[in-house]
Design a protein around this ligand. Structure first.
Ligand code: GLC
Ligand code: CA
Length: 543
């Protein structure tokens, strides 16, 4: 199948974390009407689709990743009618809406779970994963991702249920065909409402086998995915992206097989997990191994070429801000934010922009009482008990807390950054007076201007979607450079990751190479690269 036929191969997708994007009614929480009010902004940026983190009905134990009704909107965000309006209005702005499907688990307040725990022979009992046992003796020692055991005792039944995340997120039992059917019907109902696709939460964990301690990549995973795809996605022209922490390139080729049998692509995290001590938790920090970063990107770019499809991302609602992580969020904030954008947006795959990334928004340092995320709160408690010092814990939290990404969107330099007229559910990053959308949208030299240009270029030249990747100066310890090439064009991307001046290992680009985007006001064509300097050049081979 030719790539041209697939709209998402030249698309750029924007992720919205609804509770932190725009609040329309002053309750301090972002909502659907807030998103509708910002469609002009999104159209101006030029994106093709919006991935909405979950907006379905939920007790919000994990900010909506604990769904209690898949076919209704949480009142906090609005109504089903607002959702229909959003889909329709977004369409008028040439934007598709991608929903977040949380299919590994539901909320414990979902009707299915309420029924399931009534008795062992309730028709819904087998929608979840149960094991017999006695109180206090867990079926095994598996731990949940947000801390504590992965098993929760239900005295009425004399059984434990399995949960990979919080106790309020019981795992769904994909072994049960009735559950699967019910999920497909729900998805088809959303397809009928005109959504443009789905992001599938922790999809590599659905085929769990807890007795064997298997969570990710269970034996039946791809069988389940093929059935899911056949029964739902393949009936429409959708983009689907699975969150797969455990995917390597071989698995990614299965997931994103061009024959369309599973998904369009996956989010894999190999480039993300590099600044973590090997074999330890994400909180155990290690410096970024630059050569390793290059190696990871090269491997994914070359191995999936023609055999699968990459997603391209630096950020999401679970990750710290990229400019604070691999850039310099103070002295060279603008330069390094643009450099990271230029690096990513020249690659093959579908780029994702997380809200505020296009402004160069940064991490935050709150007092402990201002953090909201369940994972951060649990980590703080657990590590204090284990004897870590307050300072050590805060260092990890500043670097990795998911709340870094969840601070309200910075719209302008007015109160609460223009996010709400009320009291925001989580504090605004105090740097909003300097970093905000209003100060950037009409400035072509802003971070916003750079993202806008990169999006425009991807639509203009097929080499972005189709060109073959070739790594340059692989061993260079400061510079990340690569080529993309098709029959008509050669695209050259060169990025200095260092916060000082370095020798340009490639020397001056060819005279025929035209600078498309850079991050300094005047292009450098010489033998040195300035701090975080990046350039994207195009050669028209027919000239
Ligand atoms: C995914 C989501 C994350 C959530 C978890 C459990 O990793 O991105 O926010 O907490 O799944 O649903
Ligand atoms: Ca609101």
């Amino acid at each position: 199948m030719k790539s041209q036929n697939k709209w998402w191969k030249s698309a750029v997708i924007y992720q919205i974390y609804p509770r932190s994007f725009a609040d329309s009614n002053g309750d301090g929480i972002g909502d659907l009407q807030g998103i509708i009010s910002k469609l002009d902004y999104l159209e101006n940026l030029g994106i093709d689709a919006v991935w909405l983190s979950p907006v379905c009905r939920s007790p919000q134990d994990d900010n909506g990743y604990d769904i209690s009704d898949y076919q209704d909107i949480d009142p906090m965000f609005g109504t089903l009618a607002d959702m229909e309006t959003l889909i329709e209005e977004a369409g008028k702005h040439h934007i598709r809406i991608i929903m977040d499907l949380v299919l590994n688990h539901s909320s414990d307040e979902h009707r299915w779970f309420q029924e399931a725990k009534k008795s062992r022979d309730n028709p819904y009992h087998d929608y979840y994963v149960w094991r017999d046992g006695t109180e206090g003796t867990f079926p095994n020692d598996m731990r949940a991702a947000f801390g504590g055991p992965a098993w929760e005792w239900v005295p009425e039944l004399g059984q434990y249920y399995f949960h990979q995340f919080s106790v309020k997120q019981p795992d769904l039992n994909w072994e049960n065909p009735k559950l699967r059917r019910e999920i497909y019907d729900m998805i088809n109902w959303w397809i009928g409402k005109g959504v443009g696709g789905f992001r599938l939460d922790v999809i590599d964990q659905i085929a769990k086998e807890p007795d064997k301690r298997i969570t990710g990549n269970g034996p039946r995973l791809h069988e389940f995915l093929r059935e899911l795809s056949r029964e739902t996605f393949q009936k429409a022209d959708l983009v689907t992206v699975g969150e797969a922490w455990g995917a390597d390139t071989e698995l990614a080729k299965l997931y994103s097989n061009p024959d369309n049998s599973e998904l369009s692509m996956v989010f894999q995290f190999e480039h993300i997990c590099l600044d973590q001590e090997a074999g330890k938790e994400k909180w155990d920090l290690a410096p970024l191994p630059f050569l390793k970063l290059k190696e990871v990107f090269e491997r994914w770019q070359t191995q999936l070429y023609g055999k699968g499809w990459n997603s391209l991302f630096w950020n999401n609602h679970d990750l710290p801000r990229i400019v604070s992580r691999w850039g310099n969020d103070r002295k060279y904030r603008v330069e390094s934010a643009k450099m990271l954008a230029i690096l990513l947006h020249g690659l093959q795959g579908t780029p994702y922009i997380y809200q505020g990334e296009e402004l160069g928004m940064t991490n935050v340092r709150y007092e402990m009482e201002d953090y909201r995320d369940i994972e951060t709160l649990n980590l703080y408690r657990e590590r204090l008990e284990k004897g870590y010092t307050e300072a050590e814990i805060m260092r990890s939290i500043y670097a990795k807390s998911r709340d870094n990404a969840r601070t309200p969107m910075q719209w302008n330099d007015g109160e609460n950054a223009g996010f709400t007229v009320g009291k925001p559910w989580i504090k605004v990053n105090p740097n909003y007076r300097e970093i905000n959308a209003a100060g950037q949208i009409s400035d072509a030299n802003s971070v916003f201007g750079c993202y806008r240009e990169l999006i425009r270029l991807r639509k203009k030249y097929p080499v972005y979607a189709e060109g073959e990747f070739r790594m340059l100066c692989r061993e260079d310890e400061n510079v990340f450079a690569y080529l993309r090439e098709d029959e008509e064009y050669q695209l050259l991307v060169i990025c200095n990751f260092h916060d000082g001046t370095v020798q340009n290992p490639l020397g001056e680009p060819d005279a025929g190479m035209k600078l498309l985007v850079g991050n300094y006001p005047e292009a450098c064509r010489g033998a040195v690269l300035r701090p975080y300097e990046a350039g994207m050049y195009l050669l028209d081979k027919r000239r």
